[in-house]
Design a protein around this ligand. Structure first.
Ligand SMILES: Nc1ncnc2c1ncn2[C@@H]1O[C@H](COP(=O)(O)OP(=O)(O)OP(=O)(O)O)[C@@H](O)[C@H]1O
Length: 253
């Protein structure tokens, strides 16, 4: 579903040259839930923005959802959903209106947009929220609306940028359940960045740890923990690999 080789991004300005991503190889199979972890400044957002066609790589190649990232970015966009960190719905907008508008922008006619939005609201346990302004929803409900927004055009692959930042533990666990269900019922492939190691541990089939613009470790959470020793946590794996604690980084961010 994602195959990247030697992906790089150098930011160049008069003041400085920053090698943000220095040759990333990664593979994600259909139906996998993959977590992307790293300390602040490691290159997560830059990589995510490249894989979602928002930022042009300065080197390397990739196919995303079966299309060449550099040669066919519009075809990639058609096949992926992207839920950015800041949310997608204005606070005063009514949930259903915003979703239907977006569906029309994807080219659906009014009837198709109505039924697609109704189905998605049901699927994400948001039935009854159609006429509510986004500002009146809980944090967890708002994040589910963002996910619905990313799924309107039925992408096979969904990118989530720190989907549960700011949510309380219960809403966070609720969102994991929704992501799992979308995978189980619709075969969705999910690539998510997160600052929460317990999230990566609970939700992801596999995690990739990036540091200094390079992937420094990857594997299933259980296998990575077993390498450290009996009873090890993913926090300990992260500390061993990067020399830093992710939790503090996340809190600082
Ligand atoms: N537009 C830009 N111009 C110059 N440097 C940039 C730009 N965007 C990011 N960088 C630098 O590139 C590096 C990687 O940044 P990136 O945002 O990808 O990291 P990140 O892992 O997402 O960090 P965080 O966890 O803090 O969001 C950092 O050193 C950052 O300062």
């Amino acid at each position: 579903m994602i195959h990247a080789r030697g992906l790089r991004r150098t930011y160049t300005s008069k003041a400085a040259t920053v090698d943000a991503v220095r040759g990333v190889d990664l593979d994600v199979s259909p139906g996998e839930i993959v977590g992307f972890l790293g300390p602040n400044g490691a290159g997560k957002t830059t990589t995510l923005r490249m894989l979602t066609t928002l930022l042009r790589p300065t080197g390397g190649t990739a196919t995303v959802a079966g299309r060449d990232l550099l040669a066919e970015p519009a075809e990639v966009r058609r096949r992926i959903g992207y839920v950015p960190q800041g949310g997608t719905v204005g606070p005063a907008s009514r949930v259903g209106d915003e979703l239907r508008l977006q569906a029309r922008l994807y080219g659906m006619d009014a009837a198709a947009a109505r039924s697609r939005v109704e189905a998605l609201l049901g699927r994400l346990e948001l039935a009854g929220m159609d006429a509510r302004p986004a500002a009146s929803l809980s944090g967890g409900q708002r994040r589910r609306v963002d996910i619905a927004m990313g799924l309107l055009h039925e992408p096979a692959l969904l990118f989530l940028d720190e989907p549960t930042t700011g949510l309380d533990p219960q809403s966070r666990a609720g969102l994991w359940e929704h992501v799992r269900r979308l995978r189980a019922e619709h075969g969705l492939t999910v690539f998510l960045s997160t600052h929460y190691l317990e999230e990566a541990d609970a939700l992801c089939d596999r995690v990739l740890i990036i540091d200094g613009g390079r992937i420094v470790r990857e594997g299933a959470p259980a296998a990575l923990k077993a390498e450290i020793g009996p009873g090890a946590t993913l926090d300990e794996v992260f500390l061993a690999v990067t020399g830093r604690e992710l939790r503090e980084q996340g809190a600082a961010a």
